[in-house]
Ligand binder design. Structure first.
Ligand SMILES: [Zn+2]
Ligand SMILES: [Zn+2]
Length: 244
């Protein structure tokens, strides 16, 4: 049993770490190599990324890889996986459920993240836990998983009860985790790459953009959401400050 857990842990941790390093590391390098002209047009804050932050962000990200890997290995090792609601054949529940389940995952994750994020902003938790993530006041993509170990656990633990309750296709779950990682990297880009036309259209104006999340790192409060602005608007926590 221990060998099965170790094997699952190794495969999942390696897969997650490599994809994160590729996308977060790759986009950081691209931003560092970008021309002054492009940066002038796209960066959210009028300051450059600080290379001194990179090592700290990477160090905490490595801890996060192990914590995420432990949670997923606990769920997906062959001794626990059969007890979950995760299914392999998309036809088992049909295509309509597959689409709905992805939307449901996004809404549940966004709701969980918003409230968890607000709770870790309580001074006692902020100073002990969430401060690590906020050491990046103009975050680079490498800050996307730069968390105190307790926060890394809080970031991913929501998936644990969910897979035992909601039927989710395995491939869609992997796709969703990929999308979630990419959106988190986008939120920490420090540059805005979502075209203005998209950000201002009827759907785009409900999205939590890189500009919004950069503003959260800069001012330490407001814009607590992950994918959407629903909760920030309902709870009146959306920042009104002009962010550049
Ligand atoms: Zn925060
Ligand atoms: Zn952040």
């Amino acid at each position: 049993m221990l060998t099965d857990y170790a094997r699952t842990f190794f495969v999942i941790t390696t897969f997650q770490a490599l994809r994160y390093l590729f996308f977060a590391g790759g986009t950081t390098l691209l931003i560092l190599k970008a021309s002054d002209h492009w940066l002038e047009k796209h960066r959210v804050q009028k300051v450059s990324l600080q290379k001194k932050d990179f090592l700290r962000e990477l160090k905490y990200s490595v801890v996060t890889f192990f914590i995420y890997g432990s949670i997923f290995a606990f769920i997906f090792n062959p001794h626990v996986r059969p007890y979950t609601q995760v299914y392999s054949n998309i036809k088992d529940y049909g295509i309509l459920w597959a689409i709905f389940s992805i939307l449901l995952l996004m809404l549940i994750h966004d709701t969980y993240f918003y409230w968890m994020h607000r709770i870790v902003h309580a001074p006692v938790l902020f100073n002990r836990v969430h401060r690590i993530h906020h050491l990046s006041t103009n975050p680079s993509p490498l800050a996307a998983q730069s968390f105190h170990p307790v926060e890394a656990m809080l970031e991913m633990i929501w998936i644990f009860p969910l897979v035992f309750i909601v039927p989710i296709n395995q491939k869609l779950l992997i796709t969703f985790s990929f999308f979630s990682m990419l959106y988190n990297v986008y939120g920490h880009l420090s540059v805005e790459i979502m075209p203005e036309g998209v950000r201002k259209n009827i759907f785009g104006k409900w999205l939590n953009t890189a500009t919004h999340h950069n503003g959260h790192h800069r001012y330490y409060n407001g814009n607590y959401g992950l994918y959407f602005l629903f909760w920030d608007r309902i709870m009146k926590t959306e920042q009104k400050t002009k962010l550049t």
